[in-house]
Structures are given as C-alpha cells and as structure tokens.
Design a protein around this ligand. Structure first.
Ligand code: IVH
Length: 677
C-alpha cells in the first residue's frame, strides 16, 4: 500500500487540473499560464505511472485517449433522442405559436420562449451516474446510437465528474459537439500543407473526429461541447423552466451557449432571430438556425410530442450555406501579380443568402484535389462574406460527357509563358507589365480607395483605358488629356473634368499609401505602413539592403526579396520616377531608432470591430510605436484594444486584470505620438 501523501497529491493535482480545464474550456477564462498547467500534468502522469493502483477513468490525464477500439459498441437510448420541426419564415413561426395556443388555451399567451442558436454539429448524450461520466453516445437513429465514451472523455469542455454536490443520481445531459471555425481552418490548413484530404465543413470535421476508434486522434482535434437539455433524470430534481435547467447544467460544469435568451411572445422570437442572423458569420462557430422552446417544462409536458419531434419546440433555419449546382465552365483569370486563378462558372444557385454563379477554384492543385470536371454536379459553400468555394463533387452524378479541366500552358490574356516557382501552388504569367490583365489589375489597385484614392476611376474605366491603348502603366494615368478621355465611349465633358481633377488631387499622398499603391507582391497596407515608418523616406527605402529590410517589423525573407526585386527592376523604377515627375509627392516621416520608441517592450492585442481603422492598420500603427502585437491575451499582455463584438479575449483580459481601452482611446494615444490616421 503506498503512503497516503502521493495519493493525496494525485487527488489534488487531478482536482486542480480539472478546475483549470473548466475555467479554460467552459468559462473561457484561463487563470494560469500553459506552462504551469503542463508542469502539473507532467507531475500527475509521473505519479500515476508510479502508483498504477491510483488509476481512474475520470483522471484529467485520461483526456489524451487510450488504446484504440476494435469497433464501436451500441447504445440504446433510455429516452429517444428526437429531432425538431423546421420553420423557414416569420409566418411559419406564427403558425407554430397558433398551434401552441390552440392546445394550451388562449389565456396561456403570450408564451415565454427559450431561444438558442442551433449549432451545426453532432448530437450527443452523456450519462452521469452519481456524478461520474459513465457513457457518451451519438444520437444514431434516435433510438440506438454508438458508444463514443472513449472519445468524449478527451473533450475538455465535458466534465468527467459533475461539479458541486447536488445533482440527480442519474443525469443524462444532451447537447451538440462541434468544431469552432478557427480550429477547423487550422486543421484544414495543416492537412493541405501535408497534401492530405481536407474536411468539407466544420460539421463533417466534428463528425469525422468523433467517429474515431483511436481516441488519441479525437484528443488532438479542437472539439467543443455545448449543452441544450437533459434526457433521463432519476434520483433528484431539476428546476421547472428550460432556461433554469441550462443555468443548472452550467453550475454542474457544462458549457452552455452564451447567446441563449428568454423572451416573451413569438414576435420577440422573430426579433431574436433577426438579430442573430446579422451576427451569424461573426460567431466563432457555425450555426444553421435558432431553436425556440416553450420555457415552462409543465407546459412542455402538456404539449407532448408528434411522431419524432416535440410540439413545444421549433428550429427556424437560416438560408443554407451549402447547395448543389452544376459546373458549367472554368475560366482563368490573371491577377495583378500574374497569378492565374481558375474561376468556376456555375449554374446560378441561391446559397448563403445570395445567388452565386462564380466560385474560386484557387489553383491547379485544388482542381486535382477535388477531381472536378466540367459538367459535374458540385457542392458549393458560401459562409458569410467568404468567397464561394466548391467543396466537393457528387461523383455519382457525373455525366458521360464530362470534360477534364485543362490548365492553360500560356497566359490566357497575353500568351506569355506561365511558370510556377518550386514549392508554390500558383502558376503565374511571366508577361509582367506586357500583359494587359496585369496592367489593368495594377492600375485598379493603384487607383483604389486605400491606395491613391482616385475618385471616379472605376474598374470599367480602367479596362477601357487599357483596351484603347491610352494607358499601359500607372504613370500613364497622369499623362491623360481631356481629348483622349472624351474619345472614350460613354465619357461626357463633366466626367472627364471630374476624373482629371481627381487625378490631380491624388498627387498629394502619403508615403505609406504610395508604397502600398505600387502593388509590390505581398506588400499590403500594414507592411507598407511599417516600411514607411521604418525608413521615413523613399530614397532610404529604395536603397535598403535585404538585411536592412529584414529589420522591419513583419518583413520576412519572402517580402524582402519581392521588395528588392522591385527596386532592382529598371522598368519599375522608371515608373516611380515618372510618377514623381508628374507631381506625385508625399511628406517624409519622422523616424526613431527602435529602442527609443514609446511602446517598446509592450505587448498589445486588438480585438472586436474598429470603425476608423482596420485591425491591420491599428496593428501597424502600434508596431510603428514599438509595440509587439499578439494574437491572444496572456499574462504578459500590456493592453487590449477592444471594439464592439469583442468576445473571449475581452473576458480573459478582464479576468487577468489587464488594461482594456476602446478605439477612441487608441486614436488619442496615436495622436499624442503624432499618428493621425
Ligand atoms: S433541442 C427534443 N436545441 O438540432 C429537442 N437541438 O434538428 C431536441 N441542435 O438533433 C433537440 N442546437 O443535434 C436542440 N439548441 C439546440 C440545438 C439542437 C442544435 C440539433 C440537435 C438535434 C437537431 C434537431
């Protein structure tokens, strides 16, 4: 028998680690640095190895997965797991409400509803006996599901034992296991880098991760669980309203959706739905609708069930984000840097709230990966303002006359050679500024609002100017005459005057805008700003060696190389000279040595929506003042800039007692250091 001390240490380590898990994964409020967590976990693993008799299935050390299973066991649900009726409009909601009132009697209204986002994941049941997680199961067909206990144990937001003392002897908790969008992107990016198959959407990724015989794989996947109700309850009582039950589950250690709300009457349900629809895409997880439930459990009982769904609940759906359509053709577009992008022309389809007739195919690797052919039926996904994507091919619908997609071996616009650099997925036209497509794209970029901001010089006009041979590069814009403009189709006296005035006006610019406007590869707005602040003037920048360029915040070897190539190109420098000769000018910027910058040694984080600045700009300005800008809040964060919609970063900062300021305060701070964006 081991002495009591190590056993006590094991118990207290387990308790401590589970408390940290709960703070981190359920409350979104971490309290200790990762390193401390890791140290305690290492110590626990060491002690458990030394004292195997202390083994317990609910030890936090078991969340990494054990021996793979041969096959899944079957589970018969004590209470069937039902589905929900759907509503697609406010009218459907009125009918739902009418049916409820008809059954309950008019004096029952207006009814109280619990509203919850409908998470798009996998429904699961968790059975706790005497507070210990005994079994996890999928919904399956509603009656029989699969035993996934070994997998759910690896999900950190699922408590292995219930918190507190007061809970029913048998408690079945139900909810959705899902993969947050960020985790899904990361998982897919990693798969892409390794040339492995990617998941079509977060839901499939969650399902695939959960359906693993080897729980060690599940343990590595960023899965979450959010609870929305209970099944079997024995030997104890829960509160009388759905929302209170959820609050109780939260106290017992479960994650519940922070967007949940209780409202009175069906009109308030509609308002909740509309408000959430606006925010749908900015939520960190996919939802496909809102579930409305009669809040009073006694009323739920009276309402009962029809076939496989409760009468007391309904799921109002958002427009689908995935639809099927046909690939009609593939066109190849040439971008500003010569990159050739295959664009799918689709039979128009309503998806993600808009009609989509084009989707990006990214590059030739993507075409190979999808195995898509012209004529195929494809699944198109459009989530929010993300460019529509083809996520998969419905192979059994392939017509006999489907055609393989041939990637062009010459530039489709200027017939120059195409090449791809080793290790790159993108083919590029080598025509450079000879290529009309590249000319047009470069001029559009130069004139755009965040670059030289030439008002009235839209895409159509740029195309006309290049097609008519009036302009070949950006310098040509400033040589345009009124007569030349008037000769263009649909160009009146007034528009011509306005355009010339706008061109004249654009000549007074700033160094960061000018650098950005040149369209050097990989040099976006933030990098342009960093370059301008670092070098202070154009000649210093243009003369900078690769080593000097590498000193600039956020500039790595690839960007430095693109910059040097640009400065070494005679043609490019001739264009810059002509621009300056035409009168384009900007003030120099005062520069300070790195060590003397006011925010040196500080770590800042920016989150939420900003108004006057993009987050990238805010980041670049802070960097220009010497601060490091990090992606997540931790104990060594100096200050968090939080705009509306700030979520877990804000709660974490508050928890850790870190200074939080809003955009207005940031602008003031920047102004005191002479930055007036
Ligand atoms: S309640 C008897 N609430 O939607 C009530 N379901 O179409 C059954 N779902 O299989 C479910 N979020 O996987 C409920 N807040 C939520 C939900 C939710 C997602 C899923 C659940 C169920 C499906 C029903």
């Amino acid at each position: 028998m081991p002495s009591p001390e190590p056993l006590q240490e094991i118990a207290s380590l387990r308790e401590q680690l589970e408390a940290w898990n709960h703070q981190y994964y359920v409350l979104d409020a971490p309290t200790v640095p990762d390193a401390e967590y890791d140290r305690c976990m290492q110590r626990l693993l060491q002690l458990e190895q030394q004292y195997p008799q202390a083994w317990r299935a609910d030890s936090p050390s078991q969340r990494v997965g054990g021996q793979p299973l041969q096959q899944f066991g079957q589970v018969t649900h004590e209470m069937p797991m039902l589905s929900l009726e759907n509503a697609f409009s406010a009218e459907d909601m009125q009918h739902f409400n009418r049916r409820l009132l008809d059954r309950l009697g008019e004096d029952a209204g207006p009814l109280e509803f619990a509203c919850e986002p409908k998470l798009d994941g996998i429904a699961v049941s968790l059975l706790y006996r005497n507070g210990e997680l005994e079994r996890g199961a999928t919904r399956g067909d509603g009656t029989t599901g699969e035993d996934i206990t070994h997998n759910v144990r690896t999900i950190r937001s699922i408590p292995l034992r219930l918190r507190g003392e007061h809970f029913p002897a048998v408690l079945e908790v139900r909810g959705e296991i899902y993969m947050p969008k960020a985790g899904f992107e990361q998982l897919n990016n990693r798969a892409r880098e390794r040339g492995e198959k990617t998941f079509v959407n977060p839901r499939n990724a969650a399902a695939g991760s959960l359906r693993q015989l080897d729980a060690r794989i599940t343990a590595e996947r960023p899965l979450q669980m959010c609870c929305y109700g209970v099944g079997l309850v024995e030997g104890g009582q829960l509160p009388g309203r759905h929302a209170e039950v959820l609050a109780r589950l939260h106290d017992l250690g479960f994650r519940i959706n922070p967007e949940s709300a209780v409202v009175q009457g069906v009109e308030a349900c509609d308002a909740y739905f509309d408000a959430l629809a606006v925010r749908r895409n900015s939520l960190p997880y996919d939802i496909d609708g809102v579930v409305f439930k009669v809040n009073d459990l006694a009323l739920q009982q009276r309402l009962g069930f029809v076939s496989r769904a409760p009468r007391w609940a309904i799921a109002r759906k958002f427009p689908a984000q995935e639809e099927m359509t046909r690939l009609l053709d593939v066109e190849f577009q040439v971008g500003r840097t010569g990159a050739i992008t295959p664009v799918a022309r689709l039979e128009p389809v309503f998806v993600g709230g808009v009609t989509v007739s084009n989707a990006t195919l990214h590059n030739s690797d993507e075409i190979v990966r999808l195995g898509v052919q012209i004529g195929d039926t494809v699944i198109v996904r459009r989530a929010g303002d993300v460019i529509p994507q083809i996520v998969s091919v419905v192979l059994d619908r392939r017509p006999s006359d489907a055609l393989p997609i041939e990637f062009p071996d010459k530039c489709p616009v200027c017939r120059s050679a195409v090449e791809r650099e080793p290790g790159e997925a993108v083919w590029r036209c080598m025509g450079g500024l000879v290529c009309a497509a590249q000319q047009k794209a470069a001029i559009k970029h130069f004139a755009s609002r965040r670059a030289m901001d030439v008002d009235g010089l839209g895409d159509k006009l740029v195309e006309q100017l290049v097609d008519a041979g009036l302009v070949e590069n950006v310098a040509g814009l400033y040589a345009l005459s009124k007569e030349q403009l008037l000769a263009l189709e649909r160009m009146g006296e007034k528009s011509a005057d306005n355009l010339l005035a706008a061109l004249q006006h654009s000549k007074a610019t700033t160094l960061p805008r000018f650098i950005f406007a040149l369209g050097i590869r990989e040099v976006g707005e933030a990098t342009a700003l960093n370059l301008a602040r670092h070098f202070g003037n154009w000649p210093a920048l243009a003369a900078a060696s690769e080593a000097q360029l590498l000193q600039v915040t956020d500039v790595g070897p690839v960007v430095a190389d693109h910059l040097r190539q640009f400065f070494d190109s005679e043609a490019s420098m001739r264009v810059v000279q002509s621009l300056q000769d035409a009168g384009v000018h900007w003030p120099d910027i005062e520069r300070l040595p790195q060590q003397e910058l006011p925010l040196v040694d500080q770590v800042w984080v920016v989150t939420g929506k900003l108004d006057a600045l993009s987050r990238d700009e805010a980041k670049a300005h802070l960097q220009a003042l010497g601060a490091k800008v990090a992606g997540s809040v931790s104990a060594n964060t100096t200050c968090l800039v939080a705009g509306p919609g700030a979520g877990s970063k804000l709660s974490k900062a508050t928890e850790l007692g870190i200074e939080v300021i809003d955009e207005q305060a940031l602008l003031q701070l920047l102004a005191t250091h002479g930055i007036n964006p």
